[in-house]
Write a protein that binds this ligand. Structure first.
Ligand code: HSE
Length: 400
């Protein structure tokens, strides 16, 4: 029997409690040992909930109990989660977490402490909820050179963009609906401004290349400027608009970006709709692989935490190593990244447009008083210079 503790009985913590109880037999069959939740730490009480039998409000109960070998940190935030995680690892207890904020901020430091104490710090649930993506990067693809990562890593924004496209609703109306349904947070800024996706691509990129990506180095644009007219153009182009979190390695340099992209139906991420997430990896030997599933939600996220618990339970007293050094991975300025751009401008003077932007694919007649076009390949810096020269740009969306 392996005894574990859960820190925080919120959405994910209560999910972990439920997964361990409901799948008791399946888990025991798979790993040959039973997993028992010995403690749940929370300051609140939960009347008529079986958790009351194991509830404690004192973290020392957990730290001082040698029987507890694994701690699930499902509190979220940095304080006090960092201190609690550090103390658990220093006591030789492995920690499994869904806390992307803590992982992004202190991942390499906590991994080092885990290694020094012959235990593990695992965080499958911190990116893509229930989608296995950290473990593939850590183990199944360890032999590969990762050329690029493209992710739809935020369910709230993917839900909003899908509804704008399929129901022709405005951004604000869908956001309100998403909040009523409980998909979007009451303060949705981290989602709609792209910061949540940015933290997640920072984690994936750090794991892909083994060094630390600072999420502040990643240019991040959210979806608040995307309109119904943009989707009308997308439809005419046989495309859709997705918030992509991307990183890639090219000519020895690393690039990362979070922004809305025009995505054509040839891209497998085109069909990822609603609250679903997906990650498309391109590797130098195996080529493309894609990972799809629920990026959030109680049981999906909890299931990923429990997957890590089972890994730790099979390796008690050992460190499951994750290569993620404290050394910084330099992210090159986006200015030199080369791509095509979808641009909307006032008027429809094709000759004037081509004089500035070169050969373009024109999309006219979609909206009154304007036209849209797709440029040839150019760098971001070059695009910005030409857009300033044109002086009549309404909006720009990058082409994937
Ligand atoms: N707010 C996040 C999302 C939750 O919408 O995807 C999961 O990290």
């Amino acid at each position: 029997m392996v005894k574990i503790a859960i820190l925080g009985y919120g959405t994910v913590g209560s999910g972990v409690f439920e997964v361990v109880r409901r799948n008791r037999n399946a888990i025991t069959n798979k790993i040959g040992e039973e997993i028992e939740v010995k403690y749940v730490l929370d300051l609140k009480t939960f009347e008529d909930d079986p958790v009351m039998e194991v509830l404690t409000s004192n973290y020392d109960d957990i730290i001082n109990d040698d029987e507890v070998k694994i701690v699930c940190e499902t509190m979220g935030g940095v304080k006090p989660a960092y201190e609690f995680t550090k103390r658990a690892l220093e006591s030789g207890k492995s920690v499994c977490t869904s806390n992307k904020e803590l992982v992004e901020k202190h991942g390499p430091k906590l991994l080092k402490i885990a290694k020094a104490n012959n235990c593990s710090y695992l965080f499958e649930a911190s990116v893509g909820g229930g989608i296995p993506i950290i473990r593939p990067l850590r183990t199944s693809l360890a032999q590969e050179e990762i050329l690029s990562i493209t992710g739809i890593l935020n369910g709230t924004t993917n839900y909003i963009l899908t509804k704008m496209e399929t129901e022709g609703l405005a951004f604000e109306d869908v956001l309100k609906r998403a909040q009523e349904k409980g998909y979007a947070e009451r303060n949705p800024d981290a989602d709609i401004l792209g910061f949540d996706a940015c933290r997640k691509i920072a984690i994936l990129t750090s794991l892909a290349y083994g060094k630390n990506v600072d999420y502040a180095d990643i240019l991040t644009e959210g979806i608040t400027a995307v309109t119904g007219t943009d989707f009308a153009y997308a439809k005419k182009m046989g495309a859709t608009i997705k918030l992509f979190a991307k990183s890639l390695k090219k000519d020895g340099k690393y690039y990362a970006l979070v922004a809305p992209f025009m995505v054509t139906s040839e891209n497998p991420l085109y069909a990822v709709n609603g609250v679903f997430n997906a990650i498309l990896l391109n590797c130098n030997m195996g080529g493309e692989t894609m990972y799809y599933g629920k990026g959030a939600g109680k049981l999906a996220t909890a299931s990923a935490v429990v997957a890590d618990v089972l890994d730790c339970a099979k390796h008690i007293g050992k460190n499951l190593d994750t290569k993620w050094d404290e050394e910084k991975l330099e992210i090159s300025p986006v200015d030199s990244a080369v791509r095509r751009f979808f641009v909307r401008v006032l008027g429809n003077d094709l000759a004037g447009i081509q004089k500035i932007f070169g050969e373009v694919e024109l999309y006219d007649g979609v909206a009154e008083g304007e036209c849209g076009f797709v440029t040839g390949e150019m760098s971001e810096a070059e695009y910005r210079q030409r857009a300033a020269e044109a002086g009549n740009v309404i909006t720009m969306i990058r082409m994937d």
